[in-house]
Write a protein that binds this ligand. Sequence first.
Ligand code: DO4
Ligand code: MG
Length: 276
Amino acid sequence: KIENKPLLDINGDFYLGPDADWDQLLGRDRLKDLLYSEAQNWEQLTQTDAESLIKEGIQAPMGNQEVWAAGVTYYRSRTARMEESQDAGGADFYDKVYDADRPELFFKATASRVSNPGGKVNIRKDSTWDVPEPELTLLISPSGKVQGFTIGNDMSSRSIEGENPLYLPQAKMYLGSAALGPCILIQNEIPENTPIFLRISRKGNPVVSEKTDLTQLKRKPQELADWLFRANSFPLGCFLMTGTGIVPDDFTLEPDDLIQIEIAGIGVLENSVGKI
Ligand code: DO4
Ligand code: MG
């Protein structure tokens, strides 16, 4: 998303669309077919022109869609939460939800709380233990069908969440607590062995470098979407983060850290860290 214009890459051919209403643009079924046919009327760009537009700055690829998130969908997340909430007696909840039929789903962010690729995500001043959560994120149409995939960062305060599971909304939902982008891979399925990388650097030095892949994700993307759409409706479609499989041990973020999340086939979402 360049300002309000969609930039489409169809197998290395680039097309720049006119200013778009992103609520309407993304809230459609059969998005791939529709975009392919619309792009024929858009301005065609060379790769060099597309790359220089991207360098000038891109925005999170969304309109006013709500962002939701799933939790404890990887064994690693279950174990990390059980450890952090031991003193609060919350450990049992995480174990049970990992095995339960019903997943943990929570509201994560409105568009105004989502940071752009290249922008700042925030940690909270009243938190002492903070991590990014690198998550495959689904674009779901108003009819509940997965239309595409992007990268999400579910920024989380582990000190607030670990103190009491009822503090989850404060640990997870605040200004700059989410980032999405840099683009949406428009397809209905993603290979199960897709790798996800988290890299964090501090003052230019690497401090975290971890990897997982989608074989570790316990639930299927469309299954999570189906649960989210039970007793709910999303007239603009919505985004759903699918949970983290990486929780760095003995680590907390600091202001000015640089976070890179890479998902093969989608790209790299990069954000620096601010504090509010
Ligand atoms: O239950 C806490 C949140 C879990 C979460 O965000 C995750 O597993 O990614
Ligand atoms: Mg998460």
